[in-house]
Design a protein around this ligand. Structure first.
Ligand SMILES: Cc1ncc(COP(=O)(O)O)c(C=O)c1O
Length: 424
């Protein structure tokens, strides 16, 4: 099938003489410098993915507003900003990060169901491109605030098109009516009419985001059709629009097989958007960074019991939550295979929770204590969802560009764990 793309992992994480590398750097070298658990990102994988999408969208004026929640490391943001990316943010903290990384405010859109007045004010002062408003209450609060600040807030309403999106986990479906996200389809038109008359609001676009890790083009097309109908109605009512924001959600290959290419996605979407003359905004997260990341971990112990073999690693659910929270599947690769017998293992962490695992019932070469494993495809929702649960300092992060590796976040220390607390 044309337009079906191979995943980047093979290029970003090649084996050279059997040893797993990130670009040109052997993984053991990174561990020798910075220890484990260690997040490692291929900068060229991020660049390649951005360019793939940017090329696919080139027939229309567009903004790729990278979803900061996927991976907010400043080095990742700077890599994307240098290529022309904007940001999709969901908090004041993400606004701060995006601006710090040099993403111009006019390339920032602000999503999220619960923006506080303080966050709205910070984004208004910064001069962001659009607020993706998710409720009538938020719209009123924003208009009042903008009036008080002597300005008008650029707004898109995030509409809920009531599409039951096929994603691998219920928690990543956001386009059906029963979720907390967006403004009910039946209410959207009326709210646009209200917004158009509000003194503190300037209607700028329509926004939709139907879910994450979507591997078919169909649901995106359904969402677009809904948005196009709404845009058409608004035009009749003389509500002026500048952009259509189709959100994020484009899926990646966790298991190493082919995935939808940006070109295939764009073939379905771009011509219809071009016909409207409007700008296209997209908010990809996982698609841009997911396959660029690996998590290196050391095997502490191997034990058997209850008919199971447990490989206990120094990375746990606090470092990588996806397997436990989303039943996310990640390939587990030995950094240096030894050609030993294969077997079924549970790869588990040191956290005091039965839900603390990285892989269950995985058939792989059974590792020995002291050996290194690489958990693949963790560039998105890996570090960004990590925590200090069980008082575990969070891992360091390293960016690799060709033969050069740079520490882009130092490992936390036990002092960091208590730094914000007050002595009684
Ligand atoms: C509003 C919004 N936009 C974009 C994204 C990014 O999604 P993805 O990483 O699947 O592209 C999300 C993720 O949940 C989101 O909530």
């Amino acid at each position: 099938m044309e337009n079906i793309a191979e995943p980047l992992a093979a290029e970003a994480f090649p084996r050279v003489g059997g040893v797993l590398h990130c670009e040109n750097v052997p993984m053991q070298e990174l561990v020798a410098r910075w220890g484990t658990p260690l997040y490692v990102y291929s900068q060229n994988a991020i660049r390649d993915r951005f360019r793939e999408l940017d090329d696919a969208l080139s027939p229309v004026p567009h903004l790729i507003a990278y979803s900061v929640k996927a991976n907010g490391n400043l080095a990742v943001l700077r890599t994307l900003a240098d290529l022309g990316a904007g940001a999709d943010i969901v908090s004041g903290g993400e606004l701060h990060r995006a601006l710090l990384a040099g993403i111009p405010p006019e390339r920032i859109v602000f999503s999220g169901v619960g923006k506080t007045v303080i966050e709205l004010a910070a984004a208004l002062s910064a001069g962001i491109y659009a607020f993706n408003v998710e409720s009538e209450g938020e719209l009123c609060a924003l208009s009042d605030l903008a009036c008080a600040m002597g300005t008008r807030a650029p707004v898109a309403l995030r509409v809920n098109p009531d599409i039951d999106t096929p994603t691998p986990h219920a928690y990543t479906r956001t386009g059906h009516a029963a979720t907390k996200f967006g403004i009910a389809a039946a209410r959207a038109r009326t709210l646009y009419s209200i917004a158009a008359k509000m003194p503190g609001v300037r209607v700028r676009g329509i926004d939709v985001h139907i879910g994450s890790q979507i591997l078919e083009v169909g649901p995106f097309r359904q969402a677009l059709d809904y948005v196009l109908d709404l845009a058409h109605e608004l035009k009749r009512e003389e509500v002026e629009l500048e952009f259509l924001d189709l959100g994020g959600g484009l899926g990646i290959s966790y298991e190493g097989g082919p995935r939808i290419s940006a070109a295939e996605w764009a073939d379905e979407i771009v011509p219809a958007v071009a016909a409207t003359g409007l700008k296209l905004v997209v908010e990809p997260g996982r698609f841009l960074v997911g396959e660029s990341g690996a998590l290196l971990t050391r095997v502490l112990y191997v034990k058997e019991g209850g008919g199971k073999r447990f490989v206990i690693t120094d990375a746990g659910m606090n470092d990588l939550l996806r397997p436990s929270h989303y039943s996310g599947w990640h390939a587990v690769e030995p950094v240096e295979p030894h050609g030993r017998a294969r077997g079924h293992v549970d790869v588990v962490g040191p956290i005091c929770e039965t839900g603390d695992f990285l892989a269950l019932d995985r058939e792989m070469e059974v590792p020995k204590p002291g050996e290194l494993l690489s958990i693949m495809t963790v560039g998105a929702y890996g570090f960004s969802m990590s925590s200090q649960y069980n008082q575990r300092p969070r891992p360091a992060e390293v960016m690799v560009d060709g033969a050069e590796a740079t520490l882009v976040r130092r490992r936390e220390t036990v002092d960091d764990l208590v730094a914000a607390e007050m002595d009684l």
